[in-house]
Design a protein around this ligand. Structure first.
Ligand code: 13P
Length: 252
């Protein structure tokens, strides 16, 4: 049985004070949801404060990106070691906004995934096609390439610690979510790619989240699909009530 994981990617939102107010509220709403893994991903500046505030709670903390070197002359970058030092256990890698706006490639994603695992973090590796890929029938090819390149060289132990997030780019921030069947189709493809590279047993254990306009009214149906093991939520994760509702939807 795969434990559902609901993560909130805050992107470029919330000051430290706003982040702290949010997690106080969230804790009162989702306490006692032990069968679901709940994670928030604040901006770098709020990581430490949020991790401290959640120290005695079951809610995990994630960074939104990392660099693969541990130290050196890399202005503006943050290492896995620094992210662990700030109290985080997870890191999002290869989000489509990093790919689209900041030149992330499948190769840099792979270097970051390896650095995250080596540093002791759980990577949440994002894959997903653009609208033109879907419309020209290239979804499977694009997602398979991103996945195969992104997890290249990972050991069995590493892949079992890794979480994959399927986020179709056309569904992100658009209010246009993938239908539960569309999500299931790609999640099942992702699982079969992992089975081919590792084994059926390993593929059955890896968790695959769906992301892209997840909200309290569509979450339950998406999460009811057999290969959808959780959600990576953007906009709807910025409000504690709606994020908590999505967490509750994953119980059903
Ligand atoms: P939205 O939920 O705002 O569509 O964003 C999804 C996302 O990019 C999560 O990483």
């Amino acid at each position: 049985m795969r434990r559902p994981i609901i993560a909130g990617n805050w992107k470029l939102n919330k000051t430290i004070d706003q982040a702290l107010d949010f997690v106080v509220e969230l804790q009162s709403l989702v306490d006692g949801t032990g069968d679901v893994e709940v994670v928030v991903a604040p901006a770098f500046t709020a990581l430490s404060a949020v991790a401290n505030a959640l120290n005695n709670s079951s809610i995990g903390v994630s960074a939104q990106d990392l660099y693969w070197e541990n130290s050196g002359a890399f202005t503006g970058e943050i290492s896995a070691e620094m992210i662990v030092d700030s109290g985080c256990s997870y890191v999002i890698v290869g989000h489509s906004e990093r790919r689209q706006f900041f030149g992330e490639t499948n190769q840099s994603v792979n270097q970051k995934v390896k650095a995250a695992l080596e540093g002791g973090l759980v990577p949440i590796v994002c894959v997903g096609e653009m609208l033109e890929d879907r419309e020209s029938g290239k979804t499977k090819k694009v997602v398979t390439n991103q996945l195969v390149d992104g997890i290249d060289g990972l050991s069995k132990t590493d892949i079992l610690r890794t979480i994959i997030a399927y986020e179709p780019v056309w569904a992100i921030g658009t209010g246009k979510t993938a239908s539960p069947d569309q999500a299931q189709e790609v999640h099942s493809l992702i699982r079969s790619v992992i089975a081919t590279s590792y084994s059926d047993q390993i593929a059955e254990s890896v968790r695959i989240q769906y992301g892209g306009s997840v909200n309290p009214s569509n979450a339950a149906e998406l999460l009811s699909k057999p290969d959808v093991d959780g959600a990576l939520v953007g906009g709807a994760s910025l409000d504690a009530d709606s994020f908590a509702e999505i967490v509750r939807a994953s119980h059903q």
